[in-house]
Design a binder for this molecule. Structure first.
Ligand SMILES: *[C@@H]1O[C@H](CO)[C@@H](O)[C@H](O)[C@H]1NC(C)=O
Ligand SMILES: *[C@@H]1O[C@H](CO)[C@@H](O)[C@H](O)[C@H]1NC(C)=O
Ligand SMILES: *[C@@H]1O[C@H](CO)[C@@H](O)[C@H](O)[C@H]1NC(C)=O
Ligand SMILES: *[C@@H]1O[C@H](CO)[C@@H](O)[C@H](O)[C@H]1NC(C)=O
Length: 519
């Protein structure tokens, strides 16, 4: 506590924990590989009305264009310059999207790739998203410009120039991550170029950054860079607002580099959350839902106000990064929805919802050989638009998990219960649990292989509520299950283990008004 107070007093980068969401919204959605034009439309037609607080966008910086394999998603994590033309669109389209999303109160968070440029084997020419010339062999990126002086190779002590041992913090920060040319961030010139890039985006109206590969950068270098960032645009944010920072630090325990080294700089992605939640919902290694009673810090996760949490991300949903086989994805839709329901109902952390595209998985020796496949695209490599079907789902291979009723309605649930404590916990010592959030919301989950039939104390005001998992509240009635809460807050729950979605969630905004139930 003392530390936090001190940081506040001395005006350190304390403010960079705040995502600056509008209208008491609470969740980020990662629209992975979406075009700017589609994101702008989605903000207006869906994200704002449904209560999403912000969008994490794919890297907007100019990247290498890889043709073997054909335009993989990871090419966007290999910058060529900080020009703002990418597979998602032009600088004009980016600017238009940021403006339109801000105008409906949806924040934009940029995936900032600042640790490195393209791979050392990236070749020479103009195979880049804006057609800019570069020479990876000579470490020449004239459009920034960066030259061989601006890279870490002199500092790295391994024979290969690569990170060989994650137990050596110097290798992890100074050597190449999977051959990516590692920028020398202790150089003021390099810092200036990165700050210019980030400040340009801030001035366009973005609310913050997901900082890629933060574990591979020294916290001291990042601190200098973040301290030089502009305040957010006063066109949409209060005067003096600092950009929100959340850092990708993969810390599953057991390595010398720990997430906590980055807490002074902003929030950090909590990878243990994704890995453990998958194991619990899959009931692997004797894990049980009832163990979630002390979910959060009780599971040795980082402090809640530092954590960005997710069921899966764009890396670990395809076996990249870390987290392991337990990670749940849209491919396991039934368990995935349950895990998403749990995450969004539980008070721990700042929640990020994944929105993916499908690809043709092909497993060999336990590994997906097609884990590189890029977004749905035309023959010429340009990314396809996201078409919306009459039933509000997406077409052309875009999964749009954020539009699944169960997930979309739990994003709204989280907004309604924001700030309320966990309350009225119940479990059967196995895989049936229930908990509330003060007097505003309640959820019951049955992940056992038999029916749940219980009368529970919900903490909710008496009345009739619509379950937001099996349906919606619509014109004064419920399209799904209906729940009666008596005047003491008690309600009877039945959940068949065979239900498509074996969980129920109700909140004060899903309560039917008196007139509609007495009529
Ligand atoms: C890339 O280089 C080729 C060969 O020099 C040239 O024909 C082409 O116009 C260049 N493309 C762009 C977009 O500059
Ligand atoms: C940001 O706002 C604070 C508080 O108003 C101010 O002290 C600071 O100078 C501003 N920073 C920048 C970079 O403008
Ligand atoms: C790529 O192909 C699509 C579909 O035919 C077309 O709409 C688009 O304009 C093309 N893009 C480029 C850069 O040629
Ligand atoms: C569980 O509930 C379902 C649906 O009501 C019912 O068909 C089934 O018989 C129940 N199973 C048991 C073991 O009671």
């Amino acid at each position: 506590m003392k530390l936090v107070v001190l940081a506040g007093l001395f005006g350190l980068t304390f403010g960079q924990n705040d995502p600056h969401m509008k209208h008491e919204r609470t969740s980020i959605v990662h629209l992975f590989e979406w075009r700017w034009e589609d994101i702008a439309t989605e903000c207006e037609r869906y994200l704002a009305p449904k209560g999403f607080g912000g969008v994490q966008i794919s890297p907007p910086s100019e990247s290498i264009v890889v043709t073997n394999p054909w335009q993989p998603w990871w090419q966007r994590y290999q910058p060529i310059s900080y020009n703002l033309c990418s597979r998602s669109g032009t600088e004009e389209e980016l600017k238009d999207m940021i403006t339109r999303c801000n105008n409906v109160g949806v924040n934009i968070y940029v995936d900032a790739v600042i640790n490195h440029m393209c791979g050392a084997g990236g070749g020479e020419g103009n195979h880049s998203s804006c057609g800019t010339y570069f020479n990876a062999h000579k470490k020449d990126f004239p459009s920034v410009p960066f030259s061989s002086w601006d890279f870490n190779d002199g500092k790295c002590k391994t024979a290969s120039g690569e990170i060989e041992n994650y137990n050596d913090i110097f290798q992890v920060r100074d050597c190449r991550l999977v051959s990516l040319l590692d920028l020398a961030m202790e150089k003021d010139y390099v810092r200036v170029k990165i700050v210019e890039y980030m400040n340009k985006l801030i001035d366009m109206g973005v609310a913050g950054f997901r900082v890629d590969a933060s574990k591979h950068m020294w916290p001291g270098d990042l601190s200098t860079i973040f301290d030089r960032l502009n305040n957010l645009s006063t066109r949409w944010f209060p005067t003096g607002s600092k950009p929100f920072i959340y850092q990708e630090v993969i810390d599953l325990g057991g390595e010398p580099i720990q997430a906590k080294e980055y807490f002074d700089l902003g929030r950090v992605t909590e990878f243990k959350y994704s890995s453990k939640l998958g194991a619990v919902v899959r009931k692997w290694k004797n894990e049980k839902l009832c163990y979630l009673k002390n979910w959060g810090e009780g599971w040795a996760f980082m402090p809640s106000d530092k954590a960005v949490v997710f069921v899966d991300n764009h890396d670990n949903q395809r076996g990249h990064g870390a987290g392991g086989a337990s990670v749940l994805t849209f491919w396991d839709a039934r368990l995935y929805k349950m895990a998403m329901g749990l995450m969004l109902a539980h008070p721990y952390g700042l929640t990020r919802v994944m929105s993916s595209y499908q690809w043709d998985r092909r497993f060999e020796n336990g590994k997906d050989q097609n884990d590189w496949i890029g977004p749905p695209s035309h023959g010429n490599g340009s990314t396809k638009a996201v078409p919306i079907n009459p039933d509000t789902t997406c077409g052309e291979g875009w999964v749009c998990e954020h539009r699944w009723r169960q997930i979309r309605n739990m994003v709204a649930f989280r907004n309604v219960v924001h700030g309320q404590p966990l309350s009225n916990w119940w479990d059967n010592s196995k895989n049936q649990i229930a908990f509330g959030r003060g007097s505003r919301g309640f959820t019951v989950i049955n992940n056992d292989d038999w029916n749940l039939s219980e009368t529970l104390n919900t903490g909710l005001p008496g009345g009739t509520y619509c379950d937001v998992i099996s349906g919606d509240k619509l014109s004064g009635g419920c399209t799904g299950k209906q729940l009666e809460v008596d005047k003491d807050g008690r309600a009877y729950f039945f959940i068949s283990n065979k239900d498509e979605d074996p969980f129920i969630a109700v909140h004060t905004d899903s309560k039917l008004s008196k007139s509609s139930c007495t009529l």
